[in-house]
Design a protein around this ligand. Structure first.
Ligand code: HEC
Length: 139
């Protein structure tokens, strides 16, 4: 057993819960995706005027779907995981933490891990995205 390799691996396993790691953090397997921090975005008291149709869908079309869409397959996905598609309202809601931790912006952090390459959204658009995600009753 190579102890030089084992030690960082053990440390990674022990730290995993603190780092909000998702899924099974297997050692030596596929590299775990490293998310950014939560942005701390909150829903405004009066709710949001942004809707999926008017804002989120065009956002996804412009910045995400060339890799993350059911219509994009194989090499064209450029490595985007097959369980992360941003085509529908339901996907946006169910993956909202992952979206915030890669793409969102708020009082605590701005995450610019996604999209890979251009075109990229502005910070204002990232803020709007996180606001919409933070509003439970956003349509
Ligand atoms: C050029 C292709 C490309 C574009 C455009 C892109 N992504 Fe990604 N995305 C990837 C790849 C590749 C990975 C996997 C990265 C890794 O595992 O290191 C990924 C991973 C992710 C993950 C994490 C998946 C996980 O394992 O949990 C999220 C969330 C994500 N992308 C969101 C987005 C969002 C939101 C957009 C649009 C703003 C976007 N991506 C645009 C290629 C892309």
């Amino acid at each position: 057993m190579n102890s030089r390799k084992l030690l960082p691996c053990l440390v990674a396993v022990m730290m995993a819960p603190m780092l909000l790691a998702h899924g099974d953090s297997s050692c030596g397997g596929d590299e775990e995706f490293e998310f950014g921090p939560p942005t701390g975005a909150v829903c405004p008291p009066e709710g949001t005027t942004l809707t999926f149709e008017s804002f989120v869908e065009p956002f996804f079309e412009s910045y995400c779907q060339r890799c993350h869409s059911v219509d994009v397959v194989g090499d064209d996905r450029q490595g985007a995981p097959s369980d992360h598609n941003f085509d529908t309202f339901v996907e946006a809601k169910s993956l909202r933490d992952h979206i915030d931790w890669t793409t969102g912006s708020g009082p605590d952090a701005t995450n610019e891990l996604m999209p890979i390459g251009g075109p990229k959204p502005t910070i204002e658009e990232r803020k709007q995205l996180s606001e919409w995600l933070a509003c439970d009753d956003a349509t």
